[in-house]
Design a binder for this molecule. Structure first.
Ligand code: ZN
Length: 259
């Protein structure tokens, strides 16, 4: 079945020894496109380098909230240059993380606003990371006073949080945790996301789906996540794969033929 991984980190060192094989397994499993997300100047530059060799890998440029406090103005300039690169499909990941870096709140908020501004000016979707920070994240987005083209990546909120994201115009992307047995609240949020706003992702190497927990995640495992979504929605996995692939192609304006 045709799958687009809307959020991966294929340039993290976790894949340094077997990226080729990992990509082959993913393509064999049906993955037709990978959005490969930058988190700082180094990973952003690696994402663009990889995209030169692999036409189905699409890079983004961004500074992760957990890196915001250690980012120099020179680093910002480097990432902004990649944001303007013709192959750039999105800005981020950016956002707020009160779980891992709760002490750098003002810096994270400023970094988030700066990247929201890039996304708006460059007409690119924004990739939003939000961990234990839903209220503050939505406050910043709602404060913009306009719809936001982008995605709540690895959505981890309640059904009401999903409503807020959808009202802002955002897409909502689900990763491995939607397949975890205890995550009924997260699965309940699926019903609040319109079909044309739903995305699926690995966030690899992190957050493997049920059955692979404790291992390195990779895009060939996406069928498990798609199965969990499909069961919850009462749909077939192939339908959900096709639908989410089309949505990712639309949101990121990926130059691939929709399935
Ligand atoms: Zn990520």
């Amino acid at each position: 079945m045709p799958i687009v991984d809307s959020h991966s980190h294929l340039c993290f060192e976790h894949f340094s020894t077997d990226l080729k094989e990992t990509l082959q397994r993913a393509r064999d499993a049906g993955v037709i496109g990978f959005v490969n997300v930058g988190t700082d100047p180094v990973t952003t530059s690696l994402c663009f380098k990889l995209a030169e060799a692999e036409p189905d890998i699409f890079p983004t440029a961004g500074i992760h909230p957990n890196d915001a406090a250690t980012t120099s103005e020179e680093d910002w300039a480097t990432v902004e240059a990649f944001a303007r690169h013709p192959r750039c499909v999105g800005i981020g990941e950016t956002g707020l993380d009160w779980f891992r870096s709760g002490d750098a709140r003002d810096v994270q908020k400023a970094a988030f606003r700066r990247q929201l501004d890039w996304a708006h000016r460059l007409d690119l979707p924004v990739v939003i990371h939000c961990r234990d920070a839903h209220e503050d994240t939505y406050a910043i987005l709602e404060d913009l006073g306009r719809p936001v083209r982008g995605v709540m990546h690895c959505f981890s909120g309640t059904p009401d949080d999903a409503d807020r994201a959808v009202a802002l115009g955002l897409h909502v992307s689900y990763a491995g945790p939607v397949s975890y047995k205890k995550n009924d609240v997260l699965r309940a949020s699926l019903a609040r996301v319109p079909e044309d706003r739903l995305l699926v992702e690995t966030d690899c190497p992190f957050l493997p789906p049920e059955g692979f927990r404790g291992k390195r995640n990779e895009p060939s495992y996406l069928s498990v996540t798609l199965d969990a979504i499909a069961r919850t929605l009462g749909r077939g996995p192939r339908d959900v794969a096709t639908m989410t692939a089309r949505n990712a192609i639309n949101l990121f304006r990926l130059p691939i033929t929709p399935p």
